[in-house]
Design a protein around this ligand. Structure first.
Ligand code: HEM
Length: 214
C-alpha cells in the first residue's frame, strides 16, 4: 500500500498544506495607539508593524502607519515598502541618544547610501514613540508610501487586500550623525523579505484615529 502519493500527500500528512501561503506577519492590537497592525519580528528582535485604513481608494494612494520597536543597541532599522532595497520608498529609523527617535524617508537607486526621498513623508506620532533603557520605539504616519515609480521604472502600489512583501534591514553600527535626519550610514548587518498580510491590519476611522495620536 502506498502511504504517500507525492509531495501533496506528504504535505497533507504533515498538516502543511493550509499554511502553504501563510504570511510572515501576524495581527497585533496595540493598546497604546489603539491601532491594529500586521506585525513581524526580525532576527535580533526588531519588530516592524504596519497599519492601514479599512477602506482605500481605487488609486491606492492612502496613508499608512509604521511602527518599529528596536533593542536600544541597534544602530539603525529600516523598512522597504516595496520589498527590495532599490526603487521603492524606504523608512530608516534610529535613536538620537535618549533624546528622540529619528525617521527619514529615502529611496535607493543602487546599493549605496540611499538619498532623501521627498515624495514620502512621515509624521511622527507622539503616542507610540518613546525610548527607555532597553528599546526605542517609533510610530509614524506615512503619506506617499503606497504608490511610487514612474513610466520608466514602472508604477507600483500596495494593495492592502492582498499579501505584500515588505523588506527590512538593520545595522548594529550607529548612523554618522544621529541628530540629523539627513545623516549617512553604513551597510546593513542583516536583511529580510517578510510577507505581510495587511488585511489583518485594517482600521476603522483611520484618519481620525491617527490624528489623535499626533
Ligand atoms: C549605506 C546604506 C546601504 C548600503 C551600502 C547597502 C548595500 C547593499 C548591498 C551591497 C546589497 C547586496 C546586493 C546583492 O548582492 O544582491 C544590499 C541588499 C539589500 N539591501 Fe541594502 N544597503 C544599504 C541600505 C539599505 C537600507 C536602508 C535598506 C532598507 C531599508 C536596505 C535593504 C536591502 C535589501 C532588502 C537587500 C536585499 C536585496 C534586495 O531586496 O534588494 N539596504 N544592500
Amino acid at each position: 500500500m502506498h502511504l504517500l502519493r507525492g509531495a501533496a500527500g506528504l504535505a497533507a500528512l504533515l498538516g502543511l498544506a493550509p499554511r502553504q501561503f501563510a504570511a510572515d506577519s501576524s495581527a497585533y492590537v496595540d493598546k497604546e495607539t489603539g491601532l491594529t497592525y500586521a506585525s513581524y519580528t526580525s532576527d535580533r528582535g526588531i519588530i516592524f508593524r504596519v497599519a492601514v485604513p479599512d477602506t482605500v481608494p481605487t488609486s491606492l494612494v492612502y496613508d499608512t502607519v509604521l511602527q518599529i520597536v528596536s533593542p536600544i543597541a541597534v544602530g539603525w532599522a529600516g523598512l522597504a515598502w516595496g520589498g527590495s532595497m532599490t526603487y521603492n520608498p524606504l523608512a530608516i529609523t534610529w535613536a538620537n541618544g535618549t533624546h528622540n527617535v529619528v525617521i527619514t524617508s529615502r529611496y535607493a537607486y543602487g546599493y549605496y547610501v540611499p538619498p532623501v526621498y521627498p515624495s514620502s513623508n512621515y509624521t511622527v506620532l507622539k503616542t507610540g514613540t518613546h525610548i527607555n533603557a532597553t528599546h526605542w520605539q517609533i510610530t509614524a504616519k506615512c503619506t506617499g508610501c503606497t504608490k511610487w515609480g514612474d513610466d520608466s521604472t514602472g508604477v507600483t502600489t500596495i494593495d492592502p487586500k492582498i499579501q505584500n512583501t515588505i523588506a527590512f534591514a538593520y545595522s548594529n553600527t550607529p548612523v554618522d550623525t544621529p541628530a540629523d535626519a539627513g545623516s549617512s550610514f553604513g551597510i546593513h548587518d542583516s536583511i529580510g523579505h517578510p510577507v505581510f498580510d495587511l488585511s489583518v491590519a485594517e482600521n476603522k476611522n483611520f484618519t481620525a484615529a491617527v490624528a489623535k495620536l499626533a
